[in-house]
Design a protein around this ligand. Structure first.
Ligand code: ADP
Ligand code: MG
Length: 249
């Protein structure tokens, strides 16, 4: 069994925009260990979302290699990719992306329903999940009846529904105040302790970076820097002069 949750080599992605081709990723090599929490940082347009979406199997590379838990994503058909994603990947978004017409409970049930779980079982698990994120009293509320922090916790419960190996977040605290950000990061830390899940967050938030084991910085579709936990600490107290970090902090 591999120690690596994710391994990319020469990963490339270009988009067509009219007649132009935009190279969003230009050969990224990254390895993410199982159980590790990684931050992806970098200025707007540097390719962070593209990298995360490729890891999630939401989009396909145009070059290079990507293994997620030893599965070569480029070899999967669209159908197999959807099944792989449903089972192995949890995803949280900056603006929660909950279904506004469904209750918290129903939102959490969606991925289980897609995975074919019987309704009594999924209801029970949805309640369990909402309890674990501290929302047992909110199960019948719709998103507009909840704060941003609460909605993001519903989104976390939904992401965990099918017990994924990997949790990905694209600026998951980008719409939260600092109190809700701290609460969310505390929740994710305890989930990590309980499940050993691998977590990858695209973020601009120093607090989120400080809670990660490691950070990588992208610029113009390339990995330009890798920071260990102690580098992160140093950067936070301002002893490191670094162009990339200046863009981040
Ligand atoms: N669907 C798309 N079509 C065309 N260009 C895109 C698309 N998605 C992203 N891009 C371009 O790819 C580059 C990287 O974008 P993105 O991965 O969203 O960066 P980040 O998340 O770091 O802001 C940018 O130049 C962006 O304009
Ligand atoms: Mg982005």
């Amino acid at each position: 069994m591999s120690e690596m949750a994710v391994k990319t080599a020469g990963l490339a992605k270009s988009y067509n925009r009219g007649k132009e081709s935009v190279q969003a990723l230009r050969g990224v090599d990254v390895e993410i260990r199982k159980g590790e929490t990684l931050a992806i940082v970098g200025r707007s347009g540097s390719g962070k979302t593209t990298l995360l979406n490729l890891i999630a199997g939401l989009d396909k590379p145009t070059g290079g290699k990507i293994l997620v838990d030893e599965t070569n994503l480029r070899e999967l058909s669209d159908h197999d990719m959807t099944a792989f994603r449903l089972k192995n990947i949890g995803f949280i978004f900056q603006f929660y992306n909950l279904n506004p017409t469904l209750s918290a409970l129903e939102n959490v049930e969606v991925p289980m329903s897609l995975a074919g779980m019987p309704s009594a079982e999924r209801r029970e698990r949805a309640i369990e999940l909402l309890t674990s994120v501290g929302l047992q009293a909110r199960t019948s509320h719709t998103p507009d009846q909840m704060s941003g922090g609460e909605q993001q916790r519903v989104a976390v419960a939904r992401a965990l529904a099918n017990k994924p190996q990997i949790l990905l977040g694209d600026e998951p605290t980008g719409d939260l105040d600092s109190k809700s950000t701290k609460a969310l990061m505390d929740l994710l830390r305890s989930l990590r302790k309980d499940t050993g899940m691998t977590m990858v967050f695209v973020t601009h938030d120093p607090l989120v970076v400080s809670r990660c084991d490691r950070a990588i910085a992208l610029r113009d579709g390339k990995l330009v820097q890798e920071l260990s936990r102690s580098d992160i600490e140093k950067a936070r107290i301002g002893t490191m002069e670094n162009e990339v970090l200046e863009g981040v902090y």
